[in-house]
Design a protein around this ligand. Sequence first.
Ligand SMILES: *Cc1c(COP(=O)(O)O)cnc(C)c1O
Length: 359
Amino acid sequence: MKQIGSLMNLGVIQNYKKYLPVNKNTPIITMGEGQTPLIKSTNIINSINCSNLYFKFEGCNPTGSFKDRGMVFAIAKALETKSKIIACASTGNTSASAAAYGARFGLKTIVIVPNGKIASGKLAQAIAYGAKIISIDGNFDQGLSIIRELSDDNNVTIVNSINPFRIEGQKTAAFEIIDELGDSPDSLFIPVGNAGNITAYWKGFTEYLKYEKSSKLPILMGYQAEGAAPLVKGEPIEKPETIASAIRIGNPASWESAIAARNESGGLIDSVTDDEILSAYEMLASQEGIFCEPASAASLAGLIKTNLINPQSIKDKTIVCVVTGSGLKEPELAEKQFNSKPINIKPELETVKEAIMNL
Ligand SMILES: *Cc1c(COP(=O)(O)O)cnc(C)c1O
């Protein structure tokens, strides 16, 4: 494909193939994932003790979450090995992403989701893209263990983040941050569920340091929801509970690599309450114009918590909060959570004027 000016996004495989395990048989496919905006904070920065705050808004990916970065590469590798079927367990976004890329690149897609525990927009996506959807009366962890057993069948490619190519694709988010800032930030705050993404960022940051694209490594600050915080508790949680469905996970697949990322970066994996998550979710939308899903706000909730308990640790620092997915995935939550509500009146100028005066 011809590049038109510099405005066209060629996707994460083309943009970073030098740093990915791409060979001559790997198809360079894309749906325009990656190159998501790194948005500088204009308002929240005023209440936080750091000097440069950015939000990496991954909700701008083609299916509305960062999962597309890893999915495009997992799909490219599935095509390379002539696989015909892809499968995953999902809290929602992985299934939306797999279904979209599967539809576009001619792979049959099977997704296992927890019945009643997936945001309406994510389910709508999987339906629209035409995936085979299996809804189980169980949670994500149970779905993933079924998927692990399915992977014994050679015809099925698992596209959960236990697929190493998912991690490879997702590490490009760290590359983009460094490419844009000119160096690594001092700290990266990130939501943690199955822990693939924190693993991927750490891989990206360490590789770019090795290639001398950056001069330092960031401190990684990972945040789980309090009712689903196995990495903080140090043991799996059998019945994880949180409003942030994308991180409602009790036994993360990338447990060890998440702990390694924490330890090697001198960082922390902590938890935030659902109230703290919802408060950060509201702040991002109403103060920065960034409408994300609740799980995505765990990073800012973690930064606010850090600002309260250890302000010195972020003073004068450059900080990036990863905002993992779009708020449009779960519109009914916004209707419940935010104060601003539509007022219903007659279609007459005088009545509208009166209503505006009373706002
Ligand atoms: C998948 C997901 C997460 C959690 O990422 P992990 O790699 O599972 O830790 C967080 N937020 C959103 C919106 C997600 O889709």
